[in-house]
Design a protein around this ligand. Structure first.
Ligand code: GLN
Length: 491
């Protein structure tokens, strides 16, 4: 089949399981697609082509295995997540030559389910950013318009899925890094509940916020991936000992939205949202009502504090997490350093990019003795208030929704030198990380002016991924599907 790459994950998975195509064909289709589209979008930092073909060969030799729910399915993994024998650079010079000898829990679970790792995707350095422009190895372009960003920090994963280089990808989300790029690239991205997916083998950014999650073309595809990667892991003490349901079955069980109470938080629909984004999202809410959802107006009154609270907490945690990159144990070591202090200074000075340095400095500042109460403690208090907002809202509705981002994909370079503007692109995603809640971005159409994808964010109470995914799949069936991204149409 020459157009295998056009199928979505669950479709290709079913063909593989029935023996109608071989794992090697699926891998070859993706590698061909990578060859054709990568020169335009630069979504990947490394491609494990030979390893992937070898893995496919062994799978084919043994034949389809019904105990392996992703048998033969090629997947891309964000470069912040360790995959054995593949570079894991976090898009940073300081980890440029780091090749882990172990798999992250999520990657090990994918492999155990028969999935094949194709490559590692580009990102903002250490997942700090909203555009993938902070990668030390150059930006990724948005497949819809090559002059625009794919969003970030999981921009490589989003662009790779949108360009049909793979059937699904792993991203990570500390403040929106799965949902915002999913929205910009017209794919589905789910940030699970904090603790739902093990963080073992994920390079830490903000440990109380980070989550690994699936990105794919449909909510059902994300459900198939989440079913494999979710669940308790003794190697991550923050992973939740809550049994993971069969998310795909939960999605299949929901035909429409009858009885679903869908809350619209006023703070997500007002000022600051581009009219074309608001209108596309509103049209999707109208479609949800036609499917039986009951729309409820709610308020999350502390939303205005979310950006400030997030950046204090995230930077504080980052400054501590990144202390381990010191040029001693692994990573870049400056050869010219004379003494130990010089080794730290020079290795970190040359190894980290500007945004990472900015955050280490600010994070250290907010944690310092004289300022801790003024900043960090206040941020922790705001976080608790945000959490209470959600608890109150979920007493009145099953899910909440609003735009995933206030605008569609912006131009490469447009916000790069204005960190505050960049930080504001996370305004609708970060409060969920602060509260530890799950959220999904669903493509609901193209903006009427920009003709670029718009994402509607559906979010729910802790461990409500099954409800979110089910509602998203039902809604997506009622919306027209997006065409192939324009920027790579000729590929
Ligand atoms: N853009 C946000 C930040 O820069 C979120 C990043 C993320 O979710 N990893 O921190």
């Amino acid at each position: 089949m020459s157009d295998l790459h056009l199928l979505n994950l669950t479709q290709v998975r079913d063909l593989l399981a029935r023996g109608e195509i071989k794992a090697q064909e699926a891998v070859a289709a993706c590698l061909g697609r990578i060859h054709d589209t990568e020169p335009k979008i630069s979504a990947l930092l490394s491609v494990q082509g030979e390893q992937a073909l070898d893995a496919a060969k062994s799978l084919d030799a043994a034949g389809p295995d019904t105990d392996k729910p992703l048998w033969g399915v090629p997947i891309v993994v964000k470069d912040a997540i360790c995959a054995k024998h593949a570079p894991t650079t976090c898009a940073s010079r300081i980890l440029e030559n780091f090749v882990p000898f172990y798999d992250a829990c999520a990657v090990a679970r994918l492999r155990a389910a028969g999935a094949i790792i194709l490559g590692k995707s580009n990102m903002d350095e250490f997942a700090m950013g909203s555009s993938t422009e902070n990668s030390a190895f150059g930006p990724t372009a948005n497949p819809w318009d090559l002059s625009r960003v794919p969003g970030g920090s999981s921009g490589g994963s989003a662009a790779s899925v949108a360009a049909r280089q793979c059937y699904g990808a792993l991203g990570t989300d500390t403040g929106g890094s799965i949902r915002q790029p999913a929205s910009f690239c017209g794919v589905v991205g789910l940030k699970p509940t904090y603790g739902r997916v093990s963080r073992f083998g994920l390079v830490a950014y903000g440990s109380s916020l980070d989550q690994i999650g699936p990105m794919a073309r449909t909510p059902l595809d994300c459900a198939a991936l989440l079913s494999v990667i979710a669940g308790h892991d003794p190697a991550d003490s923050t992973s939740a000992a809550v049994p993971a349901p069969d998310y795909e079955a939960a999605v299949a069980a929901r035909a429409d939205l009858t009885g679903l109470r869908l809350g619209l938080p006023e703070q997500f629909w007002g000022e600051g949202v581009d009219p074309e984004v608001r209108d596309a999202c509103r049209a999707a809410v109208d479609a949800a009502e036609k499917l039986g959802a009951k729309v409820v107006d709610v308020s999350l009154p502390h939303t205005p504090y979310a950006v400030a609270a997030y950046y204090i907490v995230a930077m504080a945690e980052a400054s501590s997490n990144l202390a381990r990159f010191d040029g001693v144990r692994y990573g870049y070591r400056d050869p010219s350093a004379g003494d130990l202090a010089g080794l730290y200074e020079k290795s970190r000075g040359a190894g980290f990019g500007d945004e990472v340095k900015r955050r280490i400095v600010l994070g250290t500042y907010v944690l310092s003795a004289g300022y801790y109460d003024a900043y960090y403690r206040k941020a922790a208090q705001a976080r608790e208030l945000l959490r209470r907002d959600f608890t109150a809202a979920f007493e009145r509705c099953d899910l909440l929704c609003g735009p995933a981002a206030p605008f569609t994909a912006f131009g490469l370079g447009e916000k790069k030198d204005d960190p505050l503007q960049m930080y504001l692109s996370d305004i609708f995603t970060i409060s969920l990380n602060l509260a530890g809640l799950p959220g999904l971005s669903l493509p609901v159409g193209l903006g009427r002016d920009s003709r670029l994808p718009v994402g509607l964010q559906l979010f729910g109470p802790a461990f409500g991924e099954d409800v979110i995914l089910g509602a998203a799949e039902a809604l997506s069936q009622a919306l027209p599907s997006l065409p192939l991204p324009r920027g790579i149409a000729a590929a």
